[in-house]
Design a protein around this ligand. Structure first.
Ligand code: GDG
Length: 519
C-alpha cells in the first residue's frame, strides 16, 4: 500500500503502563482499561488504525501470565470506544483494508514485555524512580544527591539499560514485522535508551519520544555520572522529534545536547545536528478529554459523591480547598499544608469556615523515599488538625484513596484547587478542575507546573517554597469576589476545551507529517 500520510504507516506505541491491564475475579480473567487522557488519546489512535500495536510492561500478575501465554506475540484485546477523540483528532486519515481485528467492536493490539524481576526492580525502583524522576523534578541538588556506588552503576547496566534493550527489541521486532517502516511513538522517562536501539535496527522509522515530566537545564543533569547522562541523551537523540509539554523544557533539552554532548545546535529553530540527521525538540502541552470529563460528571456515581461532599464541607458560608495528587514528593504536599497552617494562624476567622480536602493516591510505595513521604504528610496533618479543630470540625480531611469519581465530584464543587508542585511536567488535575468546576473555583497554581504556562494568567500563582506567599495566595483566592472567580474560571475552561488531548496528539502528527515529507 502506498504511504501518502504519516498515519498510513503502521503504528508502534511504547509506554511502561499499557492501555489495558488484566486481573482475575471469580468469573475468570478481567480486562481493565487504564484511566487518564494519555491512555484515551493513544488508545483512540491505536484502535482507529488497522496496523497498530502497543508495546508495554506487565503491570499486574495476570499481565505477566498473559505475556507468558502470548510468548512474545502481540494479541488483540476488546476495548471501549472513544469515538469523539477519533473524530476530532484523526479525521478520516486512517489506513483501510487488511484488518485482522475481531468484527464485534473496537480492539487494541498489545504486546506485553515481561522482564526479569530483578532487572525490572533496578530499572523501575532504582533508576526510573527515584533517580531520574528526582533529578528531573529538582528533588536532588549538589548538596542532597544520591551516591553513585558500584551498586547504582550496576543497577543502570543490568536494570535500566537491560530493560530498555528488551523493550527496544520488542519495538524493533514489531517494526520489522510491518516491513521495517513504521511510525513509532515512545512515552516517557523509563525509555530514554530505546530510540537509539530502534533506529540502529530499523533506520527507516519515523520516531517521536514524548517526555511527560520536566526537562531541567544542563547543570541539574550534572548530578548524574557523566557516562550515564551522555548515554541517556544519546539514546533520546535516536528520535526524529523529542516532545515536551513546554517550550522551557524543550529549550533545556537542546542546551543539554550542546553543553553535555558538544553537539551543534540551533536554539532558535530548536534543532540538534547528530551526524547527518537533524533532531527536533518540540513542545505539545498535554491536556484532557473534556467530553469524557463531562460524561463522568453527569454520572450517578459522581452525583452521589457531590451530595455527600456538599453536606460535609459546604453551606453556611463555608469554603472548600482541594488537592488531588499522588503521594509524590514532587507534589509538595507537606509545604502545602504548612502554608495552610500559616493561613489559619494569620486569619483565625477562617478556622471552622474553611476545610482542606486532600485526595491522595498512594504511589510507588516500594520506593523508600515515597514511603517516608507518606509518614511526613500524616505528621503535619495530625499537628494541624490537633491545633485548629473547631466545633468538632477538623480543618484537613486527608483521604488516601483511588476513587476517580470522588475526585471529579470534589473538582466540581471546590472553591480553591491547590497545585503547589515543586515541579510538574504539566499537571492534569488543574485542567480537569477548569473543565468541571461549577462554583467559580480558583486555581492556585505553582509557577513551576507546566500548566502554569497556559493557565497562569487565570490562576493565583503559588511559589512552591515561599510558605508566606502561598498562605497569602490562598487568602486572596478565598476572598476573591465571586464575579472575578467565575470570569477567571470561564477563561481557563475555554483554554482547556480548545486545547484538548486530541489537539495534543494531532499537533504532533501534523509535525511528523511535515518532517517525514508527507506535507
Ligand atoms: C504525569 C506528570 C503530567 C486523580 N485521582 C484519581 C485519579 N486521578 C487522575 C487525575 C489526573 C491524573 O490522575 C494525575 O495526572 P497529573 O498530570 O496531575 O499527574 P501525574 O500522575 O504526576 O502525571 C504530569 C502527566 O504525567 C501527563 O503527561 O501532566 O505532570 O507528572 O488525570 O484526575 N486517577 C485514578 N484514581 C483516582 O483516584 N485512576
Amino acid at each position: 500500500m502506498a504511504h501518502t500520510d504519516v498515519l498510513d504507516l503502521p503504528l508502534v506505541l511504547l509506554s511502561n503502563r499499557g492501555p489495558v491491564s488484566f486481573g482475575r475475579d471469580s468469573a475468570g480473567r478481567t480486562v481493565n482499561r487504564g484511566a487518564g487522557g494519555l491512555v484515551s488519546a493513544l488508545s483512540g489512535l491505536a484502535e482507529h488504525l488497522d496496523d497498530a500495536v502497543w508495546v508495554c510492561g506487565a503491570a499486574t500478575e495476570e499481565d505477566a501470565v498473559v505475556a507468558r501465554e502470548a510468548a512474545g506475540k502481540a494479541l488483540h484485546v476488546q476495548t471501549l470506544p472513544v469515538p469523539h477523540l477519533v473524530d476530532s483528532a484523526f479525521g478520516d486519515a486512517s489506513a483501510d483494508g487488511g484488518s485482522n481485528k475481531p468484527a464485534d467492536g473496537p480492539s487494541i493490539k498489545i504486546r506485553i514485555v515481561e522482564t526479569d524481576p530483578f532487572a525490572y526492580a533496578d530499572f523501575y525502583s532504582v533508576w526510573s524512580n527515584p533517580i531520574l524522576w528526582f533529578i528531573q523534578h529538582g528533588l536532588y541538588g549538589r548538596a542532597y544527591s544520591p551516591d553513585f556506588t558500584q551498586a547504582e552503576h550496576e543497577a543502570f547496566e543490568n536494570g535500566y539499560a537491560a530493560v530498555n534493550r528488551a523493550y527496544a527489541d520488542a519495538v524493533a521486532d514489531e517494526v520489522r514485522a510491518r516491513g521495517g517502516k513504521a511510525l513509532v511513538l515512545l512515552q516517557d522517562y523509563h525509555f530514554y535508551l530505546v530510540a537509539e536501539h530502534v533506529r540502529q535496527q530499523c533506520p527507516d522509522v519515523v520516531l517521536t519520544h514524548f517526555v511527560h515530566i520536566p526537562w531541567p537545564g544542563p547543570d541539574e543533569w550534572r548530578v548524574l555520572p557523566a557516562d550515564i547522562r551522555e548515554r541517556l541523551l544519546t539514546g533520546l537523540l535516536g528520535s526524529d522529534v523529542v516532545g515536551f509539554h513546554t517550550r522551557r523544557y524543550a529549550r533545556n533539552f537542546v542546551l543539554c545536547a550542546s553543553e553535555l554532548l558538544g553537539l551543534p545546535i540551533d536554539l532558535d529553530a530548536m534543532t540538534i545536528n547528530v551526524g547527518d540527521r537533524v533532531v527536533r525538540a518540540r513542545y505539545y502541552p498535554i491536556s484532557v478529554d473534556p467530553a469524557a470529563l463531562d460524561a463522568t460528571l453527569a454520572s450517578e456515581d459522581v452525583a452521589a459523591h457531590v451530595s455527600m461532599l456538599r453536606y460535609i464541607f459546604l453551606g453556611d458560608d463555608r469554603q472548600l480547598m482541594l488537592r488531588v495528587d499522588r503521594t509524590d514528593p514532587s507534589k509538595n504536599v507537606v509545604r502545602g499544608f504548612q502554608a495552610f497552617r500559616t493561613l489559619l494562624e494569620q486569619h483565625p476567622e477562617l478556622v471552622g469556615k474553611v476545610s482542606f480536602l486532600a485526595l491522595l493516591q498512594p504511589s510507588r510505595t516500594d520506593v523508600p523515599e515515597y514511603a517516608d513521604y507518606i509518614a511526613l504528610i500524616g505528621g503535619v496533618v495530625a499537628e494541624i488538625n490537633a491545633r485548629f479543630t473547631k466545633d468538632g470540625r477538623q480543618p484537613i480531611d486527608l483521604r488516601m484513596v483511588e476513587d476517580f469519581a470522588l475526585a471529579i465530584a470534589a473538582y466540581s464543587i471546590c472553591d480553591v484547587l491547590v497545585v503547589n508542585a515543586i515541579a510538574d511536567g504539566m499537571n492534569l488535575v488543574a485542567k480537569e478542575v477548569a473543565v468541571v468546576n461549577g462554583r467559580g473555583g480558583v486555581l492556585a497554581l505553582s509557577e513551576t507546573a507546566g500548566a502554569h504556562e497556559e493557565l497562569g494568567e487565570h490562576a493565583v500563582t503559588l511559589h512552591p517554597f515561599d510558605l508566606q506567599q502561598m498562605a497569602d495566595a490562598f487568602y486572596s483566592a478565598l476572598t476573591m469576589p465571586l464575579e472575578e472567580r467565575h470570569r477567571r474560571l470561564a477563561a481557563a475552561a475555554e483554554q482547556v476545551r480548545t486545547h484538548d488531548v486530541a489537539r495534543w496528539l494531532s499537533d504532533q502528527l501534523a509535525d511528523l507529517r511535515r518532517i517525514a515529507g508527507f506535507a
